[in-house]
Ligand binder design. Structure first.
Ligand SMILES: NC(=O)c1ccc[n+]([C@@H]2O[C@H](COP(=O)([O-])OP(=O)(O)OC[C@H]3O[C@@H](n4cnc5c(N)ncnc54)[C@H](OP(=O)(O)O)[C@@H]3O)[C@@H](O)[C@H]2O)c1
Length: 332
């Protein structure tokens, strides 16, 4: 029987999520990789309970996480029931819909039909009574935004989720979504874009749009899938994402130019008293629009390393300049 660490709130730093009543931890844990059918329940349980013991109260899932799609929600539900259920009120759990879940014209994108059916299926898989945040996972070029946002509003009003979020929306479509949701009376809690030292696109307007609208920002893949860590400094480990045939990170992306940049970034991290992973997370959190860095992990020790980044988001102008110069040589 799991008993949460009594000092779990002593070291984590929490940030207010936009202009809302919710605070979320600077480091949040996502279940995109390493929680599917190939994962062991022991490792998944170790990671989730270790995270919670460190004050990581926010766990991010989506309908399609696995593989196969849906299996990460099933794994999460299993560990909720066995260990974390007594702590449900201390947790912010999110899920999403947007990517392909079932065949036919209602199995993906942004229709009301798909979003509501998918939210119901996600609740069933996790065994939860409600999600804290329900996201539209990616913009749909063909469905009127009012339909998708009205579906999110309805999901919140019907008690299936407490807050609405959007993910992967560009600045203009995000601004429009924020406006519609505000008018509907369900202000958007949070945007979830990809953001890291290797992928800085959100700096071209999105972060400002979110800040002005009072929406929080949780950036996904802040470690660039593991590249912004010491994982690849000595070669490509057999159990790493890049070695695992992931369509999102191939061994070909671990280039000599990247390794050279990583070694220089590592030196700056050491001078700051941080690991490279910790500095990469702090770097995303340096931006005033960013509420949380949403990490993935394959082991408890990675989560322990990452959690130590909380509370260290200050950089000197010189450090930022040096980092900019190094990452100019590499990009996603
Ligand atoms: N909204 C969206 O469209 C979207 C898309 C992608 C992700 N996400 C969300 O963002 C979450 C995180 O994405 P991500 O997994 O790509 O994030 P990430 O944090 O950039 O990469 C995670 C990987 O980095 C490595 N790692 C983590 N901590 C480490 C440490 N301290 N030292 C060395 N290596 C470390 C591990 O690689 P190994 O596995 O190789 O050990 C881990 O699997 C997902 O779980 C999901 O919730 C959302």
């Amino acid at each position: 029987m799991y008993n949460a660490n009594e000092s779990r709130y002593d070291t984590m730093t929490y940030r207010r999520c936009g202009r809302s009543g919710i605070q979320i931890p600077e480091i949040s844990l996502g279940l995109w990789h390493n929680f599917g059918e190939a994962a062991t329940v022991e490792n998944a349980r170790d990671m989730l309970t270790a995270a919670f013991d460190l004050g990581i109260t926010h766990f991010d899932i989506a309908n399609n996480y696995g593989p196969p799609p849906g299996s990460a929600e099933i794994m999460f539900g299993r560990i909720m029931r066995s260990d974390l259920a007594p702590y449900r009120d201390e947790m912010i759990i999110s899920s999403k819909a947007g990517y392909l879940m079932w065949p036919g014209p209602y199995g993906e994108w942004g229709s009301r039909k798909y979003l509501i059916a998918s939210c119901d299926a996600s609740l069933k898989r996790t065994g939860l009574a409600y999600f804290d945040i329900f996201y539209h996972h990616r913009p749909d070029p063909d469905t009127p935004l009012i339909e998708t946002m009205s579906a999110l509003d309805w999901i919140v009003r019907s008690g299936k989720a407490l807050y609405a979020g959007i993910s992967n929306y560009g600045p203009d479509e995000a601004a429009e979504a924020f406006k519609i949701l505000r008018e509907l009376g369900t202000p958007c809690l949070i945007h979830q874009p990809k953001y890291s030292m290797l992928f800085r696109e959100p700096e071209n307007g999105l972060l400002d749009v979110c800040e002005r609208a009072g929406a929080g920002v949780i950036c996904f893949s802040p470690l660039a899938g593991g590249r912004l860590t010491d994982r690849y400094l000595g070669g490509i480990p057999k159990d790493s994402r890049a070695a695992g045939g992931s369509p999102f990170l191939s061994s070909g992306q671990i280039t000599p130019a990247l390794l050279s940049a990583l070694s220089k970034l590592s030196d700056i991290a050491s001078e700051r008293g941080q690991t490279l992973a910790q500095m990469a997370l702090s770097w995303t959190l340096r931006h005033s629009a960013v509420t949380s860095a949403l990490i993935g992990a394959s082991s408890k020790s990675q989560i322990e390393d990452c959690a130590k980044a909380a509370g260290f988001a200050k950089f000197s102008g010189e450090e930022l300049h040096k980092i900019d110069e190094i990452i100019r040589t590499v990009s996603d």
